[in-house]
Design a protein around this ligand. Structure first.
Ligand code: CA
Length: 416
């Protein structure tokens, strides 16, 4: 696949995140426009509510784009998803005859505010990165017992909070919580001292299953609408005290950030790749009928207050041991009903090398090996005023399918 050229000139740059090949879905507003659906193309946003009102796009009897979420389109199903993408490619391609009618509905991205692109029904976070699980397990339990005995058989997850999933740019307040030092007799309540990121991909479910219904991995893959970058903010010290035996709770519940543009599964199709070779054969219901993972370069950037941005980690989504399709099939396997708008966090994406780790916990090895930044300051965990930024793109031949950024600045904790 090579670059598909558009009459929107800024979309034809080889480094642009949003060429015609991509066409990701977001929600935007301006000083004069209420939040509504938009499609990114180059440095512009195509106002889908206006396109629909002008009769240039119509997918159903009722309008679906004059709302601040993409859930209505998800509910129309995969054939409508394909119809929309084909129509947009036709109208925005360099040889289109529609330029004069479509161009008035473009809004410069620089004039727009971006909002949550969907209503998140429920949020589940998985733990599917083997290097991450191995690193964390080694720190907490030693190298012999690093991977839990179920890990090579089950895509492990926990049910998180949809209520605190926020869009990139939302400031994140350092959480307070119960903390207990290993040698302390009693816990205390106060600001998290070991605040961290988790570099993840978020899969957005676009279909639904009935309670009691089971789906195959192939059906699960067909139900996925698209992907975003996801930062599963984590309070390591709160987690260490609270997590046994039921898993993370308040340590993860205070915030999860996602990037503002939903990159569709169709845009990522050329970048499909297989999960790594299985170390233990999976049970049949989890076996993949084809490549279900994607080759997506990912970076973690830190921007301390008043300082320059600095990349502290680079890795790739293809490092994951389980795909989102496997996770979704497993999620429904007990008969759990799944819904459009469900968000599945992949689990922290870490590569095998030290500078490929997707959390500060791993990068600083639990605080034992702090990072030294270019301004001379050190980081084991996030400090107040730091902005943490995730970026990602799939690299094509002379073009890229980008995700934009998933950023959040840390504010000081509330006084207790
Ligand atoms: Ca996580």
């Amino acid at each position: 696949m090579t670059l598909m050229t558009s009459w929107v000139e800024s979309a034809n740059d080889a480094e642009a995140d949003f060429p015609l090949n991509n066409l990701p879905y977001g929600v935007f507003s301006t000083n004069s426009l209420e939040p509504r659906c938009g499609v990114a193309i180059g440095d512009q946003i195509l106002d889908m509510a206006a396109m629909e009102e002008a009769g240039l796009i119509r997918l159903a009897d009722e309008t679906v784009f004059d709302v601040p979420y993409w859930n209505d389109l998800m509910d129309l199903g995969p054939s409508a998803w394909a119809e929309l993408r084909n129509s947009l490619i036709g109208m925005l391609s360099a040889d289109s005859a529609d330029q004069a009618t479509v161009a008035p509905h473009l809004v410069p991205m620089a004039d727009a505010r971006l909002h949550m692109p969907l209503v998140v029904s429920e949020y589940t976070d998985f733990y599917a990165g083997k290097h991450h699980a191995q690193n964390v397990g080694t720190m907490f339990r030693g190298p012999e017992n690093a991977l839990p005995p179920n890990w090579l058989h089950i895509p492990i997850g926990y049910n998180g909070r949809a209520s605190t999933v926020v869009v990139s740019g939302t400031e994140i307040r350092r959480p307070n919580g119960q903390l207990k030092a290993p040698d302390a007799e009693m816990p205390r309540f106060g600001p998290c001292q070991r605040l961290d990121i988790e570099l993840e991909m978020g899969a957005i479910v676009g279909g639904s299953t009935e309670m009691g219904e089971m789906i195959s991995v192939r059906e699960a893959d067909e139900m996925i609408f698209g992907y975003v970058l996801l930062n599963d903010w984590s309070a390591r010290d709160i987690q260490a005290w609270e997590y046994q035996p039921l898993g993370p709770f308040q340590a993860k519940a205070f915030a999860t950030s996602i990037s503002p543009w939903i990159v569709t599964k169709a845009a990522l199709e050329p970048f499909r790749t297989s999960t790594p070779e299985r170390e233990k054969e999976l049970l049949p219901y989890l076996q993949e009928p084809g490549p279900m993972l994607y080759d997506i370069d990912l970076s973690v950037i830190i921007e301390p207050e008043g300082a320059a941005q600095e990349v502290i980690s680079r890795t790739n989504y293809k490092e994951m041991y389980y795909s989102a399709a496997q996770q979704l099939a497993h999620h429904a396997s007990s008969g759990c009903a799944m819904n459009s708008g469900d968000l599945l966090g992949s689990g922290t994406v870490s590569g095998p090398e030290k500078d490929q780790r997707g959390s500060l916990l791993e990068l600083s090895w639990g605080g034992k090996e702090p990072l030294t930044l270019k301004d001379g300051s050190q980081r084991s965990f996030i400090e107040d005023g730091d902005t943490m930024i995730l970026t990602g793109h799939a690299q094509g031949d002379g073009y890229r399918v980008g995700f934009g950024a998933c950023a959040g600045k840390i504010l000081p904790a509330l006084e207790t």
